[in-house]
Design a binder for this molecule. Structure first.
Ligand code: EPS
Length: 387
């Protein structure tokens, strides 16, 4: 059983999104303002469509927190959809008398085809509303809670865009995270940033979409989260699943996993050296493993790269089939984004935080934060990792 559990609910144009997060110990400071920061980061990004001008995502804390501190009980969050105002009849919970135009033209690449078959639907809207990446707002709110908890133990998250279409970010020197936060495409390399914006503009002009790769990083983790002993305890597998579940994601890489296949064993492993400074007794010459060996954290930053496909809703639709008439038609188009890679970064951080908080609680437990801290401090001291 997961030590940190969460569910989300909500349709893209319904009343809003819900999340319940269960497993966070008592005693963690938490505010709506803290969660709002990541929700706002997710809403940004060059290549977003018209919807983000309508929404201003805020998570209302409905339970599990008293006087700014968690109680150890489930934390329920509510994010209102401002666009609901325009969708009250088409998305009404109760039956309506109006005749609505059903969506019957299937979009290749979307959940449309498999969804209508599997759920026995006559209107693609009954699938696309939940398949929409709007749901990622709820994940980011849940991930914010996981981040707040991990922050208590010095764990921090970063993310940046590595590629958009064929444009590759090649930052000179260490990544300037402030620059990334200010960049419209969350890119650390100013030259690549300008090119990414151009390629997104060109795709929009051509009524097309573009994808790319982003990188998520978690720093400050102890050695020993996850385990080598069984497939479902391996942390790299759990991280890959969580990141792969993000809408439009088609690939996940830990460290430089794919590049390693083009090299030699003697070149790709992170040499271990003695370390006489504070903290662990070892250091590494590199971090090609992305902080994970044998399904466990090895004390290096956890690094995962995530490939997002070009969004499947196209303003110049692909040829397709009307599932009702069987006729060859153009796929359905409805307002959408041109590029989702920059907001994907923030969703990736949230998913990584949720998995790491779960693994952290699996290792250290604790009904109250003080108890978690006692267990953590004892382990860090005993294993020579205390900083
Ligand atoms: C999405 C389509 C667009 C995006 C949406 C995901 O929404 P709409 O159909 O209302 O224009 O803006 O993303 C969000 C609403 C969001 O919050 O990220 C889709 O089809 O997946």
């Amino acid at each position: 059983m997961a030590h940190l559990r969460y569910l989300t609910s909500g349709e893209s144009h319904g009343q809003g999104l819900n999340t319940i997060v269960e497993g966070i110990p008592a005693g963690v400071q938490l505010s709506e303002a803290y969660l709002a920061r990541d929700l706002a980061r997710r809403q940004k990004g060059y290549g977003r469509g018209g919807r983000m001008k309508i929404e201003k995502d805020e998570a209302k804390i409905l339970s599990g927190v008293r006087h700014g501190v968690t109680l150890g009980s489930p934390i329920a969050l509510w994010i209102q959809n401002r666009d609901w105002e325009n969708w009250q009849t088409p998305m009404s919970v109760t039956p309506i008398t109006e005749e609505l135009n059903r969506i019957t033209r299937l979009r290749p690449g979307h959940a449309d085809l498999a969804g209508i078959v599997k759920y026995n639907q006559k209107d693609v809207r009954n699938i696309l509303e939940r398949a929409s990446a709007r749901e990622t707002a709820a994940r980011v709110a849940a991930g914010g809670i996981a981040k707040r908890f991990l922050e208590e133990f010095g764990v921090h998250f970063h993310s940046h865009v590595l590629t958009v279409a064929d444009v590759v970010s090649q930052p000179k020197g260490p990544i300037d995270w402030q620059r990334v936060e200010q960049s419209e495409v969350r890119c650390a390399d100013p030259d690549a940033e300008a090119k990414m914006i151009k390629v997104i503009d060109a795709a929009k002009e051509a009524k097309d979409t573009v994808g790319g790769i982003f990188e998520v990083i978690a720093e400050g983790l102890p050695i020993g989260l996850g385990s080598h002993i069984h497939w479902d305890k391996k942390l790299d597998g759990r991280i890959a699943q969580a990141l792969m579940s993000i809408h439009a994601v088609k690939g996940v890489e830990i460290g430089n996993g794919f590049e390693q296949t083009r090299s030699f064993g003697s070149k790709v492993h992170d040499i271990i050296e003695p370390w006489a400074g504070g903290g662990p007794k070892w250091k590494r010459r590199s971090n090609q493993a992305g902080g994970l060996e044998g399904g466990m954290t090895n004390g290096q930053p956890v690094v995962a790269r995530v490939a997002i496909k070009p969004i499947s809703t196209l303003a110049k639709p692909l040829p397709s089939v009307d599932f009702e008439t069987g006729e060859v038609v153009q796929a359905h188009f409805e307002r959408s984004d041109v590029c989702q890679v920059p907001p994907g970064c923030v969703v990736g951080e949230a998913m990584l935080a949720l998995v790491l908080a779960d693994a952290f609680l699996e290792k250290f437990g604790g009904d109250h934060l003080d108890e978690t801290r006692r267990n953590y401090d004892g382990y860090m001291k005993q294993t020579g990792q205390a900083r």
